[in-house]
Design a protein around this ligand. Structure first.
Ligand SMILES: Nc1nc2c(c(=O)[nH]1)N[C@H]1C(S)=C(S)[C@@H](COP(=O)(O)O)O[C@H]1N2
Ligand SMILES: [Mo]
Length: 335
């Protein structure tokens, strides 16, 4: 997502980031069925019309890739080279997952729920369908939903047509697109995208800890105008409104601070009420820009007490790097 799109409360679909491990499947909605099986009393099989006929909710949800910030790590982990732009907020419409699991009847000994996509490929030399699980208690929370529309329209192919999982608060990898089947499991899932990918480990030989909810992050709309090649920015002297968005999967945003000197000193920004518990919060701070060079930073704090660090902590896959954003600007006559 181009960072100037932080200005929109709801990200227009064409500006929302995308992360697609394999190929985008083409799905015929007239033959598509979603099965809910595994350790259940009676397996369900739903058509798209049946899914759409169930009680519907529409929720603005901020989605962020767990690899956001990766390209700022050194040495740089090999994967999507995201700077800070793998985020977006959309209004997802769908039906809550928990009532469907209850209708199927979660059986004895169930521990997790597995979500399998229709896309298939090879990663780390392992051929597999994209699939990820959720602990049973997380799957039975009221928030997770099976979404079939985004910003008021059917899902476009790239966002998971005909239906995807949305788990507000969790990093993007959890929100399985192009759903094929859901299975209640009696053993923890150990497939590639769960046991190998999406882990925070300091060394190649460690299995590390799983990536789950989004750590707090504030991002600023880059002020002024950019240089085409270097992306350095120029600003006219005078009053300048610094603005952006902040979010966390661990609670509400309780504060955003802004620095114009690379993080040496901080001022509190004004924060607004988010449009939902699961959507980003708008913030702003008025700055009187005098001629010179500045390193602008912003950092967020959430209600669980998490604060964004100034320095990144490195891990093998470059996951969950929520170090504060830094933007260098030159205040001169341009802008
Ligand atoms: N089936 C399937 N679901 C998937 C993926 C995928 O490759 N295949 N990518 C995941 C990752 S890593 C992210 S960050 C989000 C991105 O969702 P978006 O492309 O709709 O923004 O989808 C998740 N769901
Ligand atoms: Mo991701």
């Amino acid at each position: 997502m181009p960072l100037e799109a932080l200005r929109y409360d709801v990200t227009p679909v064409g500006l929302h980031y995308l992360l697609i491990h394999f190929d985008i499947p083409v799905v015929d909605e007239s033959t598509w069925r979603l099965s809910i099986g595994g350790q259940v009393d009676s397996e369900l099989s739903l058509t798209l019309d049946e899914l759409r006929a169930l009680p519907a909710v529409t929720v603005p949800v901020t989605l962020e890739c767990a690899g956001n910030g990766r390209a700022q790590l050194s040495p740089r982990p090999v994967s999507q080279p995201w700077l800070n732009d793998a985020v977006g907020t959309a209004e997802w419409t769908g039906t809550p997952l928990a009532p469907l699991l209850r209708r199927a009847g979660v059986g004895e000994g169930a521990v997790e729920v597995l979500f399998t996509g229709l896309d298939r490929g090879v990663q780390g030399d392992v051929e597999h369908s994209y699939e990820r699980s959720l602990p049973l208690d997380e799957a039975l929370r009221p928030e997770p939903m099976l979404a079939y529309a985004v910003n008021g329209r059917p899902l476009p192919p790239q966002h998971g047509f005909p239906a995807r999982l949305i788990v507000p608060g969790w990093y993007g990898m959890t929100h399985v697109k192009w759903l094929d089947r859901i299975a209640v499991l009696t053993e923890p899932f150990d497939g590639y995208q769960q046991a190998v990918a999406y882990r925070v480990a300091e060394g190649e030989d460690e299995s590390g800890t799983p990536v789950t909810r989004m750590l707090p992050r504030a991002l600023m709309v880059p002020p002024g105008i950019p240089d085409f090649l270097t992306r350095d920015r120029f600003l006219r002297p005078g009053p300048c409104r610094l603005e952006g968005r902040a979010w966390s999967g661990w609670g509400r945003i309780t504060g955003v601070e802004v620095s114009t000197d690379g993080g040496a000193t901080w001022s509190p920004a004004e924060i607004s009420h988010p449009s939902s518990e699961h959507a980003w919060t708008r913030w702003q701070h008025d700055w009187d820009a005098e001629p010179g060079e500045y390193e602008l930073c912003s950092r967020a704090t959430d209600s669980a007490g998490n604060v964004q660090p100034l320095q990144a902590s490195w891990n093998v896959q470059g996951m969950a790097n929520n170090a504060a954003q830094r933007i260098t600007v030159t205040v001169d006559g341009r802008g």
